[in-house]
Design a protein around this ligand. Structure first.
Ligand code: AMP
Length: 218
C-alpha cells in the first residue's frame, strides 16, 4: 500500500499546524512545514535566503518556482518514506498542480487535502492568544492550550514568545488576503478532485482532532 500523504490548509491561527503535528505523531508520518523550511533558508544568509526573508517579513508569498523546487528536493528524502503530513506547504493553484503531479511521479500520491476551517472573525482573537517557543517551535494558546508553567515551554523550558507576525494587524490582513485569493484556489483544486475534507476549526483541539480522524476514516 502507498504511504499516506496529507496536505493541510488553514488560515493563520486556525490550528492547522497543531492538527498536522498530532496526526503525524500518532501515525508516525513525517511532518514538514514549508514555513519552517523557508525560515531556515532565510536564516542561512545566502542571497536566495535574503530574498526569501524579505518576502516573509512583508507577509507575501515566496515565488512558486522556489517552492516547487524546495518541495521536490525535500519530499524525496528517505525520512518521507513512511508517509508525510504537509503543513501549509501548498498556497497557490500553481503549486497545487505541480506538487500533486510530483507526488504521483515519486510514487507517493496525495491521500487527502485537509482544510481546518475557521471564520475570519475568529482569527484576530486566536492570534492574540497564541504563544510559541523560539527554540523547538511548540505552539500554545493562552485559552485553549496553555503551557503548564506560565510563559515557559513544556518541552524544553525556553521562554515563550508571541510571534511578531501575530501582533501586526496590517501584516495579518495581508496574509488573510493571500489565503483567500491564492490558497483558496489551491483548496478548490483539491475539492474539484474530490480529495478535500473540511474540518470545523472552532472547537477544542481534541474535538477538532476527533472530527479530522473520523473524516479521514482513521
Ligand atoms: P507559515 O510559517 O506557514 O505561516 O509561513 C510563513 C511564511 O512563509 C508565509 O507567510 C509565506 O511568506 C511563506 N510561505 C510558506 N509556505 C509557502 C508557500 N507554499 N508558498 C509561498 N510562500 C510560502
Amino acid at each position: 500500500m502507498a504511504a499516506s500523504v496529507y496536505a493541510f490548509f488553514g488560515i493563520q491561527g486556525s490550528g492547522k499546524g497543531t492538527q498536522a503535528k498530532l496526526l503525524a505523531e500518532e501515525f508516525l508520518l513525517k511532518h514538514i512545514s514549508m514555513g519552517d523550511m523557508l525560515r531556515e533558508m532565510a536564516a542561512s544568509g545566502s542571497l536566495l535566503g535574503q530574498n526569501v526573508k524579505e518576502l516573509i517579513d512583508a507577509g507575501n508569498l515566496v515565488p512558486n518556482e522556489i517552492i516547487v523546487q524546495v518541495a521536490e528536493e525535500r519530499l524525496q528524502k528517505p525520512d518521507c518514506i513512511h508517509g508525510i503530513v504537509l503543513d501549509g506547504f501548498i498556497r497557490t493553484d500553481v503549486q497545487a498542480v505541480a506538487i500533486d503531479a510530483m507526488l504521483k511521479s515519486i510514487g507517493k500520491p496525495l491521500t487527502a487535502a485537509v482544510l481546518i476551517d475557521l471564520p475570519e472573525a475568529e482569527i484576530f482573537s486566536r492570534l492574540n492568544d497564541r504563544l510559541s517557543c523560539p527554540v523547538d517551535g511548540s505552539v500554545y494558546n493562552l485559552k485553549t492550550a496553555p503551557p503548564k508553567q506560565a510563559g515557559i515551554c513544556d518541552q524544553c523550558g525556553a521562554n515563550l514568545l508571541q510571534r511578531a507576525d501575530d501582533m501586526d494587524t496590517e501584516f495579518i490582513k495581508t496574509r488573510i488576503q493571500h489565503f483567500y485569493d491564492s490558497t483558496g484556489k489551491a483548496i478548490e483544486y483539491f475539492r474539484s478532485l474530490n480529495k478535500l475534507i473540511s474540518v470545523n476549526g472552532c472547537q477544542h483541539i481534541a474535538a477538532v482532532y476527533r472530527e479530522l480522524k473520523s473524516k479521514l476514516g482513521l
